[in-house]
Design a protein around this ligand. Structure first.
Ligand code: ADP
Ligand code: TRP
Length: 364
């Protein structure tokens, strides 16, 4: 089970999308949470994202109110090629739908379709100290890189979008009055900042409106961190990733190229130090994984055969998804209509929160 962390939730969200609540036998309403997460549209999803983020988020959507959005304005900070950004927005949306996101159940929308987010970001800026932003990890890391490179201007290459990133992210979450945010552990500080900013707002304006204080929902343990083909954590930034929707022949080639040592076929091998085996274990069922582990440890199974097994299980799971993805990426697919419908639902919710926030601060 994922674990929640961060600040305690004060009170239920004040706006509800309506789904996910049912009275129990005594007629009490079950406590519900609103899950929200954003996915930057800055590149092609890989099998690490699939195992570590997409699958858990789709599992959460089975039982909770969920809003998942494409953080295209966050991506704009780093992606300066319009064609690439445009493609990535459709590609990330198609990926979620191809992997099983049900757009009736989950509100799927583009951040840029909800201008209320940006109005709330302006309001939040007025109550957020610059010092808090100075201490943000991503900003500090950029300054450290400049210092290490001997650059006198520590802010070289830092745009205001990067500096303000945590405020925009707080607005993404608070505009929907979401109280649960499933994200990777690299986002802990952003969630803490959001809780902090919401707390400041509540302290100042709480008599008129209070935001629920959101909590992060983080994957537990290291088990779901997939290694990349070079053994480090799989990441776009290391270029060691296996893209989720590679065509079959390219997937086969990439799996074949995963480096292995020169242990002869007949010698025993340690599955726990093998990237190929670790990837296989995420996709093969327990029985098949155990049988292969045994054969590796006993000797007699070569790396080539292990790679064939990995390709087979990967391809079996991904083929139907890849087909749906390709259909959705077609210009005439239902993708744009799904995003448009999601935007209508998201805006309705956002407008409700924003009008109460505006009234609370005196701009109504
Ligand atoms: P990348 O490192 O490739 O840029 P992101 O930072 O965009 O990936 O991550 C998007 C989501 O996928 C996050 O929730 C993150 O926790 C998850 N994720 C990224 N890489 C992995 C991995 N190797 N194993 C498991 N989950 C991952
Ligand atoms: N910062 C997140 C990431 O890089 C993406 C994101 C933007 C987000 N806004 C959000 C995640 C709001 C959760 C909630 O992965």
């Amino acid at each position: 089970m994922p674990r929640t962390g961060g600040a305690a939730t004060r009170g239920p969200p004040q706006v509800n999308t309506g789904g996910g609540t049912a009275p129990d036998k005594l007629g009490h309403m079950a406590a519900t949470h609103t899950y929200l997460t954003g996915i930057q549209t800055s590149g092609e999803p890989h099998i690490g994202n699939y195992v570590g983020a997409i699958k858990p988020a789709l599992a959460a959507a089975e039982s909770s109110d969920t809003l998942y959005f494409l953080a295209d304005y966050h991506a704009l900070n780093s992606v300066k090629d319009p064609a690439k950004l445009r493609h990535s927005i459709r590609s990330v949306a198609a990926t979620w739908l191809a992997c099983g996101l049900d757009p009736e159940r989950t509100v799927l929308y583009r951040q840029s379709s909800v201008p209320e987010v940006f109005e709330l970001a302006t309001i939040l800026s007025s109550i957020t100290s610059k010092g808090l932003m100075n201490r943000a990890h991503a900003y500090k890391a950029a300054r450290d890189r400049n210092a290490a490179a001997g650059n006198e201007d520590l802010d070289a290459g830092v745009n205001m979008g990067l500096f303000n990133y945590p405020i925009l992210m707080a607005a993404d979450i608070l505009i929907m009055a979401a109280d649960r945010v499933p994200v990777g552990r690299d986002q802990v500080q952003h969630i803490e900042y959001t809780a902090d900013i919401a707390g400041t707002f509540n302290h100042l304006y709480g008599e008129s409106y209070t935001f629920p204080i959101p909590e992060g929902v983080y994957p537990e343990g290291e088990a779901s961190i997939l290694p990349g083909v070079d053994g480090r954590k799989m990441s776009k930034s290391y270029d060691n990733h296996i893209p989720l929707f590679l065509p079959e022949n390219k997937l086969k080639k990439l799996v074949r190229r995963i480096p292995t040592d020169s242990t002869p076929v007949e010698d025993p091998k340690d599955p726990d130090t093998s990237v190929v085996f670790q990837l296989l274990a995420q996709f093969a069922d327990a029985e098949r994984t155990a049988a292969i582990r045994k054969r590796l440890e006993a000797g007699g199974m070569g790396w080539g055969e292990l790679k064939n097994e990995l390709f087979e299980v990967l391809n079996a799971e991904l083929t139907p998804l890849r087909e749906r993805y390709e259909a959705l990426m077609h210009p005439d697919s239902e993708l744009d209509a799904i995003l448009a419908a999601g935007a209508v639902r998201a805006r309705e919710r956002a407008r409700g929160v924003l009008s109460r926030v505006r009234a609370a601060v005196g701009i109504d």
